[in-house]
Design a protein around this ligand. Sequence first.
Ligand SMILES: NC(=O)c1ccc[n+]([C@@H]2O[C@H](COP(=O)([O-])OP(=O)(O)OC[C@H]3O[C@@H](n4cnc5c(N)ncnc54)[C@H](O)[C@@H]3O)[C@@H](O)[C@H]2O)c1
Length: 437
Amino acid sequence: MSVIGTGYLGATHAACMAELGHEVIGVDVDDNKINQLTGGEVPFYEPGLPEILRRNLDDARLRFTADYADAAAFAHVHFLGVGTPQERGSYAADLTYVNAVIDTLVPLLEGDHLIVGKSTVPVGTAQALQERADALAGPDTNVEIAWNPEFLRESHGVEDTIHPDRIVIGLRDGSRAEGVLREVYASQIAEDIPFLVMDLATSELVKASANAFLATKISFINAVAEVCEAAGADVTKLADAIGYDERIGRKFLGAGLGFGGGCLPKDIRAFMARAGELGADQALTFLREVDAINMRQRERLVLMAKEFLGGSVMGRRITVLGAAFKANSDDVRDSPALSVAGQLNLAGADVSVFDPQAMGNARKVFPTLTYADTLDEALTGADLVILATEWRQFRDMDPRHVGELVAQRRIIDGRNVLDVDAWQAEGWTIGALGRSL
Ligand SMILES: NC(=O)c1ccc[n+]([C@@H]2O[C@H](COP(=O)([O-])OP(=O)(O)OC[C@H]3O[C@@H](n4cnc5c(N)ncnc54)[C@H](O)[C@@H]3O)[C@@H](O)[C@H]2O)c1
């Protein structure tokens, strides 16, 4: 099989498919990425992936190329995992890269081929790609497009690919691809992981709705957090209490700085845009509010920082702990932490950022911020510390030790993960979204 697009999704998928015993070729247009992967180096931080990559390169089940012709000749099943970012100036998904894969690959194919989309796309895309492929395929070539949305979580990518919660397969009418995909996922099927076969449109909508639901859950608790603050209540205790109801569940009820990353924000916007095109825009207007609640948490945190520093951050030294959009990742796409750091910087603060893995990516997006080499260096002399990404290293900080480094014992827990009593006992003033401390 081939895996086209070897970013967070594709590189993980390629290495894990090889780990399951398949022969895999990964394809990307980025020569640097291909060289790094060929050399056994994962171009991003994903726990467990480097070991799997190297093992399968060594066992010759896995290789990488920038040459589509190589993939066209080698494989009959092609996974498509290129990016579908938000289109500039619109909410819609930009399908340039997905279309480019079809335009480049299909004319090179001979015989019967199955292209299996994994990228997150607006409903209707698979059918449009089928028409595109049919127009490009040679007379003796038969290309079928199927969809197999991906649910992996960055930081748990390996586990989620090898042991997913479920496998969703979208097929066109009269398709004969189910058997091929059952072979691809034979080990998961043997583990009784649900294997759900449906039409193309439903499979595309499964992914969009799963992400919309998750985003809504986070914004729900953040909206409640705003009311808690106004009422002098505590959103963390509230979340624990409602989370025991198994219809609600405690996961994704962590109030704080909200969601970011390369998926949820753009996916809910693309979902709204597509619903609008289909004439069902009213159905998803609530996602506008979900988006607005989410973005508001970043502003609320900046406001809280100003209040903590007597109304203005001008010239004050602020340490922002975290740059990645979540812990155990180096992904800074639409990162709430960097958004807060950037806004404070623009408001005149002297901002120092530290992240265990995302410093390189953060520097590329926000070159004007100061990046500390170590956690202690970042904390030294701070007038205010903001915990913006929930890395264990930050959660486990010793309030006494940190107190000896900073200029002022003031901290805002943007993720509601610190032990408030322990910090207050060391003389810290602590603030958090959704709690009156
Ligand atoms: N990252 C995740 O956790 C995750 C989870 C589920 C779904 N997804 C979806 O998967 C898709 C990819 O996301 P990602 O995070 O891996 O993005 P990414 O930006 O990390 O990777 C995309 C890769 O595609 C390559 N590419 C672009 N055009 C190409 C072309 N014409 N031919 C070959 N390669 C090309 C890029 O160079 C890049 O390496 C998106 O639709 C995303 O929504 C991602």
